[in-house]
Design a protein around this ligand. Structure first.
Ligand code: PLP
Ligand code: COI
Length: 361
C-alpha cells in the first residue's frame, strides 16, 4: 500500500474544558486522546486499510492468536510541544527500526518504517490539541502490533493489526524527578541469552510484574534484573537501562548482548557524553562492583534512562545481601547535566547536531 490513511474524525471528541482539565495533571498512561490509527496485515496481501478513527475497542474473537501465544510488540516515543508552537519527535526513525527488529524476533510481519512514521504523523496531527503545553509534559505515543489471526495452532500468525494510541503524560514516577530506589531480584530474571530480552514484546513485561510486586513490597520503585546465567551482572530495570558514573567521570553501562533492550535514550546519552570527551565503557557490571564501588566512593552516581523515565537518578539499592546508597542518595551533577542536555534537544531549546529531532507541525 502507499502512504494513504483514510481519516474518520471522532464525531464525539472530548470537550475542550474537560480536555484542559485532563491535561493539567495527566500522570502517566491514564489519559488518552480522541483518536487512534490502525493498519491491517494479511499474508499474501501485505499491509492494508490504514485508518485514523475514534479511539475505541478492538473487537477480538476469543481465538485470536495474540490472546493465546502473546505475539505482541510495542514501542514508546514522545511528541513535544515546542515554544514556537511547533511539534517535534525525537529519533522516531530509531523506534521504527527497533519495531522491525522486535517483529522479526517474534516472527511477526515487519511494518515498513514509513508506515510506522506515517501513522505517528497522522495521529499527532489530528490530536495535536492533546499535546500538553506545560513544562516537561509531552504526548506519549504507543505504537503496538498484535497477531490478529483467529487460529489456535502454534505457529506465526498470518494476520496482524498495527495500532497507535496517544497519551498525554507528565513524569513516569509519582513524585516527579527524584532519586528512585531499586530492588535487586535474586529469584526472577528477565531475559536469558537467546531469549527475547532485546525485543520490545509484551511478554517481557508480563514476566517482570511479579518481581515488580516484590520490589514494591520491599518499598522500592523499580526492580533491577541480573543476568540469567550467573545471576551476578546487572542487566537493566523493568523499563529502563542503567548507567554508573565513576569517580574519574567514566560512564559504565551493560553491553548489548541480546538480553537487554537497546534503549534509544541509552544510545543518545552515550553520544552526548562521548562528544563531551567522557570515557564510556559498555561492559558487564557485577552487583559486587556496584555495591563495593558505592561504598568505596568509586561509583559516584547511578541513573536509569528511557523514554518514559528520561534520566532518573538512582538513590538506594536493596537486595537480600543488604542495602546500599549511591553517594548521598541525591541527584549527582553528571546525571543532572545529561538529563538537561537531552531534554534541551528534545524540547528544541538546544542545537541538535545529530539530527535527532524531526518537526511534524
Ligand atoms: N529497557 C526496557 C526494558 C524498556 O522498556 C525501555 C523503555 O522503552 C528501555 C530500556 C529504554 O528504552 P528507550 O530509551 O528506547 O525508551
Ligand atoms: C518507555 O519508556 O517508553 C517504556 O516503554 C517503558 C515503560 C513505560 C514500559
Amino acid at each position: 500500500m502507499g502512504d494513504q490513511f483514510e481519516i474518520h474524525p471522532n464525531p464525539h471528541p472530548v470537550a475542550r474544558a474537560e480536555r484542559e482539565a485532563l491535561l493539567a495533571n495527566p500522570g502517566f498512561g491514564r489519559v488518552f486522546t480522541d483518536h487512534m490509527v490502525t493498519i491491517k496485515y494479511a499474508e499474501g496481501k501485505g499491509w492494508y486499510d490504514a485508518r485514523v478513527e475514534a479511539r475505541g475497542p478492538l473487537p477480538l474473537d476469543p481465538a485470536t492468536a495474540v490472546l493465546h501465544y502473546a505475539q505482541e510488540i510495542f514501542e514508546g516515543l514522545k511528541a513535544y510541544q515546542l515554544a514556537d508552537g511547533g511539534v517535534s519527535l525525537f529519533r522516531a526513525d530509531a523506534n521504527a527500526a527497533r519495531f522491525v527488529d522486535s517483529a522479526q524476533r517474534m516472527a511477526m510481519a515487519p511494518l515498513p518504517p514509513e508506515l510506522f512514521l506515517g501513522a505517528i504523523r497522522e495521529l499527532v496531527t489530528i490530536d495535536r490539541d492533546w499535546i500538553p503545553g506545560t513544562e516537561e509534559a509531552s504526548l506519549y505515543l504507543r505504537p503496538f502490533q498484535i497477531a490478529s489471526e483467529v487460529f489456535l495452532g502454534v505457529r506465526p500468525a498470518k494476520e496482524y493489526i498495527f495500532c497507535v494510541i496517544a497519551s498525554p503524560v507528565g513524569a513516569y514516577f509519582t513524585g516527579g524527578v527524584k532519586p528512585v530506589s531499586l530492588w535487586v531480584s535474586s529469584e526472577y530474571t528477565r531475559a536469558a541469552p537467546g531469549g527475547t530480552g532485546a525485543a520490545k514484546c509484551g511478554g517481557n513485561y508480563a514476566a517482570s510484574l511479579a518481581p515488580m510486586v516484590e520490589a514494591a513490597e520491599k518499598g522500592c520503585d523499580q526492580v533491577v534484573f541480573l543476568d540469567a546465567v550467573e545471576r551476578k551482572y546487572v542487566d537493566e530495570l523493568g523499563g529502563m537501562n542503567v548507567f554508573l558514573v565513576l569517580d574519574d567521570g567514566t560512564l559504565v553501562t551493560p553491553p548489548l548482548t541480546g538480553t537487554i533492550l537497546p534503549g534509544i535514550t541509552r544510545d543518545s546519552l552515550m553520544t552526548l557524553a562521548r562528544a563531551d570527551g567522557r570515557a564510556i565503557e559498555e561492559r558487564p557490571i557485577s552487583m559486587d562492583e556496584w555495591r563495593e564501588g558505592a561504598l568505596s566512593g568509586r561509583v559516584v552516581e547511578s541513573f536509569a534512562c528511557g523514554t518514559a523515565a528520561v534520566v532518573t537518578p538512582i538513590g538506594t539499592i536493596r537486595s537480600e545481601a543488604g542495602d546500599f546508597t549511591i553517594a548521598d542518595g541525591g541527584t549527582g551533577p553528571v546525571t543532572d547535566s545529561l538529563r538537561k542536555r537531552i531534554l534541551d534537544i528534545q524540547w528544541g531549546r538546544a542545537a541538535d547536531p545529530y539530527g535527532w529531532t524531526s518537526r511534524l507541525l
